[in-house]
Design a protein around this ligand. Structure first.
Ligand code: NAD
Ligand code: IPM
Ligand code: MN
Length: 363
């Protein structure tokens, strides 16, 4: 049966990086004779410009009817005016919520060829291999009441709310991942201040009894931000609420070299998932061929593995990315210093990944 991938390019460099990932996927599907079709829909600023809203119903329906979703990024200065009720980011939050994608998986792993690209000393970067499991459909991003600032209003409200159920399902996902990895789970919160964090700890401890092989630690988010820099190699799986996970994952990207390298998967309990880079629409480099497409290409590998059961094809992408980096190809965001390094643009980087896949399948 034909599988369907819905592509949501979005704004800024979104279309540039989803084009790259679609080319890579298309090459694999043709090579292995997989029957997969791509359907493109609008989200974010692109949808606001065309239809006045950031998440048209047609986009939600198409995503719901598909096997997987590939997203670029949303947002940009064009839509940043305070006065409006309508923001591109609502489209992204809306699709995560509409599809119930509660677990956002954001791995950070050192690439051997990019050790020097990190601002941290190589000694700290080499052992880095952890996954942040970020709660994605609750917390401060979605809590009610949420009150906008209107005229003559001196107070606004954001609400950090969690139900036990919301915490439990994402924590379980994190334990399951830890079981398959180095069996270490760090739950990150702010339990010295927030009631939601104290409940979060309780739920983690309760779920922990079902996973006796996994070692559990609780850590406060402020000191975790520091630990990620002074000893990032200590972490295996980190589980945390929505906003803490957002902030810590951008921090994690720097450890491994660039925000342009970090992929993500947003999952629920069945196979449907949304795959997107951790980075945003990068308005400062849009249209210049400078966007690093690897975060989105690596997100496409997750898409193959988690939603389409194509493990071999996913591994081909991951090995190809490693090989291309080993050969010294890099976009401007990757500060590599080797004399063999070759600076490439978005399209050339994508061409190199496709050739590196072709090289593997030829053997
Ligand atoms: P950003 O991630 O877009 O950019 C931060 C910095 O990283 C910029 O200097 C940018 O050039 C660089 N960068 C990001 N991705 C890159 C890539 N693939 N290759 C090379 N360099 C890259 O964050 P920002 O500037 O804070 O936000 C810009 C807009 O993106 C905002 O409107 C924000 O809301 C939105 N945003 C969207 C998402 C998403 O759609 N998932 C994520 C984060 C931010
Ligand atoms: C991300 C982004 C989004 C988030 C924004 C654009 C709503 O920063 O995916 O990391 O905060 O979740
Ligand atoms: Mn973010």
């Amino acid at each position: 049966m034909t599988k369907t991938i819905t592509v949501l390019p979005g704004d800024g460099i979104g279309p540039e990086v989803t084009d790259s990932a679609v080319r890579v996927l298309d090459y694999l599907f043709k090579t292995f004779h997989h029957d997969v079709r791509f359907v493109e829909e609008r989200i974010g600023g692109a949808a606001i410009d065309a239809e006045g809203i950031p998440l048209p119903q047609k986009t939600v329906d198409q995503c719901q009817a598909s096997d997987a979703i590939l997203l670029g990024a949303v947002g940009g200065p064009k839509w940043d005016r305070q006065s409006t009720n309508v923001r591109p980011e609502q489209g992204l939050l809306g699709i995560r919520k509409a599809l119930g994608l509660f677990a956002n998986i954001r791995p950070a792993k050192a690439f051997a060829s990019l050790i020097d690209a990190s601002p941290l000393k190589s000694f700290y970067v080499e052992p880095v291999d952890f996954v942040i499991v970020r709660e994605l459909t609750g917390g401060l991003y979605f809590g009610k009441p949420s009150e906008r600032r209107g005229e003559h209003k001196e107070q606004v409200v954001d609400t950090l709310a969690y139900s036990e159920h919301e915490i439990e399902r994402v924590v379980k996902k994190a334990f399951q991942m830890a079981e398959k990895r180095r069996k270490k789970l760090t739950s990150v919160d702010k339990a010295n201040v927030l009631e939601s964090s104290r409940m979060w700890r309780e739920v983690v401890n309760k779920v922990a009894s079902q996973y006796p092989n996994v070692e559990v630690n609780h850590a406060l988010v402020d000191s975790t931000a520091m630990q990620l820099i002074i000893n990032p190699g200590q972490f295996d799986v980190i589980v945390t609420e929505n906003m803490f996970g957002d902030i810590l994952s951008d921090e994690a990207s720097v450890i491994t070299g660039s925000l342009g390298m970090l992929p993500s998967a947003s999952l629920r309990t069945d196979k449907l998932g949304l795959y997107e880079p951790v980075h945003g629409s990068a308005p400062d480099i849009v249209g210049q061929g400078k966007a690093n497409p690897l975060a989105t290409i690596l997100s496409a590998a997750f898409l193959l593995r988690y939603s389409l059961d194509m493990d071999l094809e996913a591994a081909l992408i991951e090995t190809a990315v490693q090989n291309v980096l080993k050969q010294g190809y890099h976009t401007p965001d990757l500060k590599v210093s080797s004399e063999h390094a070759t600076l490439v643009n978005t399209v050339e980087m994508t061409d190199q990944v496709i050739s590196a896949i072709a090289e593997q399948t030829a053997h």
